[in-house]
Structure formats: structure tokens, C-alpha cells
Write a protein that binds this ligand. Structure first.
Ligand code: NAD
Length: 442
């Protein structure tokens, strides 16, 4: 089976490498020449565990190739997957320009019957529109059809999530499309949910938005825990034994970021409004997340006269561990806030520095050493729960920092342990506020 993939981002490249791994011939297309050249040299343009080796091995075996020449790639493919970005427009709706552009490129070049598979996250009804658009611009007399195959991988575990996916969702309108996709995914031996295109599109948004809602719910509860002197981690643990709730996504913190949850919550909310329906739950998830991002820095701001001239450490820049992706990372508004107030920021991240430079340039200092970042620091903010940060010897905060004050947005340590080593420690949902009994008695 010859498969072409449009877009070599987190979804396109990982999908391409995994489909090559199970024996398909894959050609990955991108408009970014630099990326293509890197990949031809065996270098992955994104950081994802296991991806570079998978790419290289399959390139050496001749099963995967990379190109900017979409004409050749689309001409004789059996399947063309669209995995380009669908970023947020300023009103919250999804921007489909890249998807539409690829559709035109396919229509103008396809010379044999082809199934176009949309992996990009697109609003409900988009697959129908793309099919109409493709057929309208078709140059040759071939059969062209669209199937929805939303992607559920998570950055940081993308290769594993693809090779061992919890499920494959395919939205099809014909047996031909269903059989082709079932054949492609058969070697992965994963459960396949077959439905129509609109339901498949909705499954993707509903899944992402549900997870975002779960995060915002726990953050809302964490904020209340602080007020009533409860501990959100114990609360989460107590909840997690109930199988109806589950034990994932119950961690309180600075909220969700990344290229998916923020835009996918807003896109579904926008879509609902466009149909005169208000998705109240998603609206709440968005609002809670917005407030959560800056929670600790505002608390810190109330504790000092000014950040002017202070050396402030930021541990972790990426939106979560395991990725170099900075899109919608809480570190961005927090660091910008500090820069605007004259702080001297030193940021640690093991893999995100190159991408972070696109946001902050030389306005902050960067290091891949936690020790260097903390030396003589007057305040520390933890933005990403990298393993190196979680495993860090907490006594070193006291030894290295000028003022050992830590604001932990990811609850990496135990408040009692930090108190024992003499660090002033603020985290999420575990503060000791007014003891509940005391306040009730008063
Ligand atoms: P990305 O931004 O990392 O990559 C998109 C790539 O498409 C870029 O390399 C860009 O140069 C390329 N591109 C743009 N126009 C092109 C064209 N005409 N032809 C070929 N290439 C083109 O995107 P991503 O994070 O992989 O996301 C892709 C889609 O998958 C989005 O809709 C996203 O919502 C969805 N998704 C993302 C994730 C994730 O974790 N990143 C997970 C599930 C679904």
C-alpha cells in the first residue's frame, strides 16, 4: 500500500514512521524545506521518544521518504493522509486554510483512485466539505473519497500511543473506505470503532474537551481545597479508586496547554455557539484554565514589593514533559509577566530551549542545568514536571538559592519535605489556609 502523508508535525511524522514500521511504503510531504532536509539526514525535527530511531531505520530500509514535491507524492498514492495544523482563529474557530490547500493540491495531482484520510482535528462537517471541494477541483477522472480518522496520540508518548493505541476511530461513508482503513490498521491489532464521518469528527473533540474539562474540574477543586485546608492530592487519590472516575487526569496544576486542548475546547465552543447552542461545561473549562495559568505568579507578586532586578528561576518551559513543544505553554505568559516587570529570568529545560528562544529571544537566560539555574536565585517557579525536576534533591534549593522560595505549579514535591529542608514552598491545592474546624468554631 502506498501512503502519502501531508504534514510532518507531531501527528504526520509519527503516523508515517509507525505505518512504515508495519511494512507500508510511506512518503511524508511538508512545505518546510528545512524540515525535509533534516529528516533526510536522519534527524527528527521534533523531540519525541523513539521517533528518530524509528524514522531512521525505516528510511534505511527504503520504507519511508520525505519530500516537498507533493505532485509526485500524491500522483499515485492509494491513501493520502492529511495531518496539517488546524490552529485557532482569533474568534476561537478552527482555521482550515492548510487543510483546504492540501485538498486542492491532491485534487490537481491525483492520477488514480485515492482515499483521502483526514487525521487533522477538524470541526464537524469538514470532511463532507473537503470531499465536495476535492471533487470540484479534480483534474483527472478518478474516484476520490474522504474518510475521517482522528488522531488521539499525546505528545511526549506519541510513538507508543500510535503503536499501542487504545482505539482507532474511522468515520466512513462507504465499504470501500472502511475496508481500506481496516486493512491499514490491521497489523496494529487495536480496537477499531467504525462510524460515519461526522460522528468521528465529534469523537475527537468530545474526547479532548472531556479531558480538558477533567483538568479544569480538578483545578477548580484544588483552589477550593486551599480555602478549606484540604489536600487536593489526597482528594484525587480518594476519588481515583472509583472506576467510574478513573485515576488519570486528576492532577491539579497550572492548567492545560499545548497545541490541542486550548484550541479544541474553543473550537467546539465556537461551533456550538454558531449553532445557537451554549456548551456551558466547556465554557467553564476554558475560563478555569485561563485563570489557573497565572495563579502562582500573582500570589508571588503579592508577597514582594517588586520583581525588578530579581534573579528568578523557571524550571521547565515546555507545555508538558517529554516534548519540546512550547505551544500554549503556561511558561509563556508567566515569563512574559516577569520580563515586563524587570526580573532577570534564568530558565531550565532539557529539550525546549530552541523553541523557547522563538518566544523570549535573548530577554532571558537559558540553561540545561537545574543547579546553574538555581544558583543565587531569589525565587523559583516550576512550570513543567520534567523527571529531572521531580528527582532533584530538594536540599539543593536551600543550598543554592539566595532566598529559598519555590512556587511549584506542578506539585512536584511534598510540602512537609520542603518545610523540613527549610524551603518556603507554595504549590497548588495543598496550602494550609484557615483550618476548617477553627473557622467553623469561630
Ligand atoms: P504541526 O503544526 O506540528 O505540524 C503541521 C505540519 O504541516 C507542519 O510541519 C507544516 O509545515 C505542515 N504543512 C502545512 N501546510 C502544508 C501543506 N500544504 N502540505 C504539507 N505540509 C504542510 O501539527 P500537529 O501538532 O502534528 O497537528 C496536526 C493536526 O493533528 C492538528 O489538526 C491537530 O489538532 C491534530 N492533532 C494533534 C495532536 C498533537 O498532539 N500535536 C494530537 C492529535 C491531533
Amino acid at each position: 500500500m502506498k501512503i502519502a502523508i501531508a504534514g510532518t508535525g507531531y501527528v504526520g511524522l509519527v503516523t508515517g514512521a509507525c505505518l512504515a514500521e508495519v511494512g507500508n511504503t510511506v512518503v511524508c510531504v511538508d512545505i518546510n524545506k528545512e524540515k525535509i532536509e533534516m529528516m533526510k539526514l536522519g534527524l527528527s525535527p521534533i523531540y519525541e521518544e523513539g521517533l528518530q530511531d524509528l524514522m531512521r531505520n525505516n528510511y534505511d530500509l527504503g520504507r519511508i521518504d520525505f519530500t516537498v514535491e507533493f505532485e509526485n507524492a500524491y500522483r499515485d498514492a492509494d491513501i493520502i493522509m492529511i495531518a496539517v495544523g488546524t490552529p485557532e482563529r482569533s474568534d476561537g474557530s478552527a482555521n482550515l486554510d492548510h487543510v483546504k490547500k492540501v485538498a486542492i493540491q491532491i485534487a490537481e495531482n491525483a492520477e488514480k483512485d485515492v482515499l483521502v484520510v483526514v487525521k487533522s482535528t477538524v470541526p464537524i462537517g469538514t470532511n463532507d466539505e473537503i470531499e465536495t471541494h476535492l471533487r470540484k477541483h479534480l483534474k483527472n477522472d478518478v474516484h476520490i473519497e474522504v474518510a475521517s480518522n482522528p488522531e488521539f496520540l499525546a505528545q511526549g508518548t506519541a510513538v507508543n500511543d500510535t503503536l499501542y493505541a487504545s482505539r482507532i476511530v474511522i468515520g466512513v461513508e462507504s465499504d470501500w473506505a472502511r475496508e481500506l482503513l481496516e486493512k491499514i490498521y490491521q497489523p496494529f491489532n487495536q480496537p477499531i470503532v467504525v462510524t460515519n464521518r461526522r460522528s468521528a469528527e465529534m469523537i475527537k473533540y468530545a474526547s479532548n474537551d472531556f479531558l480538558a474539562l477533567k483538568i479544569s474540574f480538578m483545578n477548580d477543586i484544588a483552589n477550593l481545597c486551599e480555602i478549606v485546608s484540604a489536600n487536593v492530592e489526597d482528594v484525587a487519590k480518594g476519588m481515583s479508586y472509583d472506576e467510574r472516575i478513573g485515576n488519570k487526569f486528576l492532577k491539579a496544576g497550572l492548567g492545560y496547554g499545548g497545541s490541542c486542548f486550548p484550541k479544541d475546547t474553543k473550537a467546539l465552543h465556537w461551533l456550538a455557539s454558531d449553532h445557537d447552542y451554549e456548551l456551558k461545561t466547556i465554557k467553564a473549562a476554558i475560563e478555569v484554565n485561563q485563570n489557573q495559568k497565572m495563579k502562582l505568579i500573582k500570589k508571588a507578586r503579592n508577597m514582594v514589593e517588586s520583581f525588578e532586578g530579581m534573579k528568578i528561576t523557571v524550571l521547565g518551559l515546555t507545555f508538558k514533559p517529554g516534548t519540546d513543544d512550547m505551544r500554549e505553554a503556561p511558561s509563556i505568559p508567566n515569563i512574559n509577566y516577569l520580563i515586563e516587570r524587570g526580573a532577570n529570568v534564568v530558565a531550565y529545560d532539557p529539550v525546549g530551549i530552541e523553541n523557547a528562544k522563538k518566544h523570549f529571544g535573548d530577554k532571558i537566560m537559558y540553561t540545561t542545568s537545574i543547579v546553574d539555574a538555581l544558583e543565587e536565585s531569589e525565587m523559583c517557579f516550576i512550570m513543567t514536571e520534567w523527571k529531572d525536576v521531580m528527582d532533584f534533591d530538594i536540599k539543593e534549593f536551600k543550598n543554592l538559592m539566595k532566598n529559598p522560595i519555590v512556587f511549584d505549579g506542578r506539585n512536584c514535591y511534598k510540602p512537609r519535605d520542603m518545610a523540613q529542608v527549610g524551603v518556603e514552598y507554595h504549590s497548588i491545592g495543598r496550602e494550609v489556609g484557615v483550618p476548617v474546624l477553627e473557622s467553623i468554631l469561630n
